[in-house]
Ligand binder design. Sequence first.
Ligand SMILES: NC(=O)c1ccc[n+]([C@@H]2O[C@H](COP(=O)([O-])OP(=O)(O)OC[C@H]3O[C@@H](n4cnc5c(N)ncnc54)[C@H](O)[C@@H]3O)[C@@H](O)[C@H]2O)c1
Length: 379
Amino acid sequence: MTRTLRLAMVGGGEGAFIGAIHRAAAALDGDWRLVAGAFSSDAERNRRSGEGLGIAPDRTYASLEALLAAEAALPDGERVDAVSIVTPNHLHAPMAIAALDAGFHVFCEKPMALNMEEAKAIAQAAERSGRHFALAFTYSGYPLVEEARARVAGGDFGKIRLVQVEYSQGWLSQPIDRDGNKQAEWRTDPARAGLGGCLGDIGTHAFHLAEHVSGLRVQELCADLATHVPGRRLDDDVSVLLRLDHGARGVLNATQVAAGDENGLKLRIHGERGGLEWSQMEPNSLVLRWLDRPTEIVRAGGPGLGESTLRRLRTPAGHPEGYIEAFANLYRAFAQRIAGEDMAGTFPSVGDGLRTMAFVESVIADAASDRKWTPLTGA
Ligand SMILES: NC(=O)c1ccc[n+]([C@@H]2O[C@H](COP(=O)([O-])OP(=O)(O)OC[C@H]3O[C@@H](n4cnc5c(N)ncnc54)[C@H](O)[C@@H]3O)[C@@H](O)[C@H]2O)c1
C-alpha cells in the first residue's frame, strides 16, 4: 500500500463483541489506522472507549451524524477514508447510506440490513456515491476457503452435485436474551435483528459460504424454521433444502440451540470425481476426497496451494492463522481496492448482501407457506 488509510468506527464500544475484532484485523497489515469513532450511544461509554483506544477527544463523536459532518469538513490529508459499521443490524442501512452519501467508503457488518428493501437502498447509495462497500462475511477471508473455491472453480471435482453446509452454535440454548445478555437481547428482537433470528445471524454466513465456494447459485429452496426456546420472538433453528444451478442439490442447517456447540461452521462439496470438507474450527486444514485415490489433507502454509491462497497467508506451515487473520484479509482487499492496487483478491460486497437478504426473505416465505419449493428471487 502506498499509504495507510484512515478508518472511523461506529459501534464497538466497551463490552461489544465484534468491534475489537475489526480493529485488530484492520490494523494487522498496517493498511488502516483507526483515527475516529462513535463507539456507543451512551455518552460516557463512548468517551471511555475512545480514550482507551487512543482516539483524540475531538474525533470521538457523539453520533454517526456528528462524525460524518465533522470528518467531511476536514482537509484531504486528515479526513477518514472509510467508516466501519459494527452496530446491531437495524442501524446498518441508515448508517451505511448516510456514510456513503457523505462520500466515505463503508465496511459494514452482516446481515446487510433488516430486509431486502433496505439492502437495495444501500446498493443504490453505493452506486450513486461511487464509493466501495464491503460486507463482513468473514469466513470467505480464510485462506483455505479460497483454496476450496479455486479448486471447485478449476474443475478438480468435476460437475458439482452436492453442497452441504452446517452452522451449529449452542449459546442461545437457554433464554439468556431475557437475562441481560446484551448480544442475545438485540439478536432476538425483530426490530433490531431483522426478519430472521438464527437465520439472519448465522444462516446468512452459511448461505454465503456455500454459494461463494461452490460458485453455484441457489435457485429454489424448501425451508423449516423453529423456535425452541419458549417466548423467543425469532427463529433459533433453521433447516433448508437447496436446489442449485445445473441440478446440484444442497442442505443448509443453522442452529443456535445445539447445546454445547461452539462455532461449528462446516462445508462439504462433492462433484462427480471427489469432494472437499472445510471446518471453521479447524480452519488450517482442507480435506480432499477422491474416488480413485487416497484422501488428501491440504494444510495452510504447506505445499500444493494456489497463488490466490498464498496471498491470504502470513505465516509458514504449522503457525496457525485464524479468525482475525481471515477478517484482516477482507480489510486488506478493501484497502487495496480503495487505493486502486487490487492484489489481495476480493471481498464480499453489495451483490453478496443482496443474495443473502433474498435468501432470508425466501426462507421466511417458504417456511410460512404450504408450498414445497420457493424460488430464490430478488437479487
Ligand atoms: N462477521 C462476523 O463474524 C460477526 C460476528 C459477530 C457479530 N457480527 C455482527 O456485528 C454487529 C454487532 O454485533 P455484536 O455482537 O458486536 O453486538 P454488540 O451488542 O456486542 O455491540 C454493538 C455495539 O454497537 C453500539 N451501538 C449501538 N447503537 C449505537 C449507535 N446509535 N451509535 C454508536 N454505537 C452504537 C453498542 O453500544 C455496542 O458497542 C451485528 O450486526 C452482528 O450481526 C458479525
